[in-house]
Every structure is written in structure tokens, then in C-alpha cells.
Design a protein around this ligand. Structure first.
Ligand SMILES: [Zn+2]
Ligand SMILES: [Zn+2]
Length: 214
């Protein structure tokens, strides 16, 4: 039995899946990938879901630092006071509005404040009595991560239902993505997958049917 509940809030023109995680035992939770319509609009939907589900947001986590995953970041930070965590190798992307595409797509040229915590492969993020394991999966960006807990895994823009992340953006690298997908396919057991865009799926099914995982 998972002790971690997961709520999906699709936000913004890119339909990013913002995920709200909640440790069932304590109510302590996290917001993962706070996207939005624009920097000024999108956070309300996320915050309303947190309120409705009585989630005590203690952590904000990015699977990577692209604009569509961070549009509501500063608003969620302000509203919750929660610290931000992302992989060390995506910190420079967060700090550069041209690398995160915030400048090109959202007209925002001021970077958000840096993360309070820089993550590494194998790190554990504690939410109440639940733990999230950080799996470094570079390729879509250098610091892309997946987050696993029990039988669930958030895959960001690394792995989608029937597809995989693009590698033609700044910092993308197709060989790294192939290695990351191979790393995921070697994991024991099955996981329900929650990608950064589109519907959920599971690891076994992707191993059998996703051409990017072959
Ligand atoms: Zn992305
Ligand atoms: Zn995305």
C-alpha cells in the first residue's frame, strides 16, 4: 500500500501535469512542476487543489527547469513558503531565462530565486512518513529527474505514454536520454508512471510497447 496520494492538475497551454503529492499519514506534501498559463495565472488552480485535499505543502520539486514546468513557481513559493528542490545540473537552466525558455515563450527575463536544495541521483526527499527517491535521467535536460515512491513514479519529460522527451532543446542530448530510458527499463518491479504531459501509464507496458525503450 502506498502511503503517498497523488493528484494531477493539468495547467497551461502546454498542458503540463502539475502533481500534488500528499503523505496520507500526516498530510504533508509537495507540489511537483508548478506550471501555469502565465507567471500571473495558473497558481490558483494548483493552490485550490492543495486546499481541497488538505495538503500541507512543505516542498516544491522540479523534474526539470523548462518554462512550462515553472510558470507558477514563484507564486506557489510565495503562497506556501515551501523550499524548492531540483537536480544540480538543471540549476543553471533555472537561472537563465533563455535556457528555460521563459524569455522566449513567456516574455520573462528575470530568473526565479535559486533552489534551496540541489538534488543528486539517489537522494531521498522525505514527505511526512513517505519518501521520494530521486532518479537522475538526463537527456531531455542535463538535470532531468524521475521521482519514485512505492509503486509510483513521476517521469517529467523523460518518458511519456508511448513516447519520450525531445532532445533538441538547449542542453538536450539523445544518447543521454537513451541511457536514461535503459536505466528505467532495468528497474525491478512495476511502477505506475505519471509523465509531465499526457496520461499515466505503467513501466511494464512502456517496456513492451514504447519504441524509445527498445
Ligand atoms: Zn521540458
Ligand atoms: Zn514539459
Amino acid at each position: 500500500m502506498e502511503t503517498l496520494e497523488i493528484f494531477t492538475v493539468p495547467v497551461g497551454a502546454m498542458r503540463v501535469n502539475c502533481y500534488i503529492l500528499k503523505d496520507a499519514a500526516t498530510g504533508i506534501g509537495a507540489v511537483v512542476d508548478p506550471g501555469g498559463e502565465s507567471p500571473d495565472n495558473g497558481s490558483e488552480k494548483i493552490l485550490a487543489k492543495c486546499r481541497d485535499e488538505s495538503v500541507d505543502v512543505r516542498q516544491i520539486i522540479l523534474t526539470h527547469a523548462h518554462f512550462d514546468h515553472i510558470l507558477s513557481l514563484e507564486r506557489i513559493r510565495k503562497a506556501t513558503g515551501a523550499p524548492l528542490a531540483l537536480h544540480r545540473l538543471d540549476a543553471p537552466i533555472l537561472a537563465d531565462p533563455f535556457s528555460s525558455y521563459m524569455a522566449q515563450y513567456a516574455g520573462v527575463t528575470t530568473p526565479p530565486a535559486p533552489a534551496e536544495r540541489l538534488l543528486e541521483d539517489g537522494d531521498v526527499i522525505t514527505l511526512g512518513k513517505s519518501e521520494l527517491r530521486v532518479i537522475h535521467t538526463p537527456g531531455h535536460t542535463p538535470g532531468s529527474i524521475c521521482l519514485a515512491s512505492g509503486g509510483i513514479m513521476l517521469t517529467g519529460d523523460t518518458l511519456f505514454c508511448g513516447s519520450a522527451g525531445r532532445c533538441d532543446l538547449i542542453g538536450g542530448y539523445d544518447l543521454a536520454l537513451a541511457k536514461s530510458l535503459a536505466k528505467l527499463s532495468r528497474l525491478d518491479g512495476n511502477y505506475t508512471l505519471y509523465p509531465g504531459h499526457g496520461g499515466s501509464t505503467d513501466l511494464q507496458r512502456e517496456k513492451e510497447t514504447n519504441v524509445y525503450m527498445k
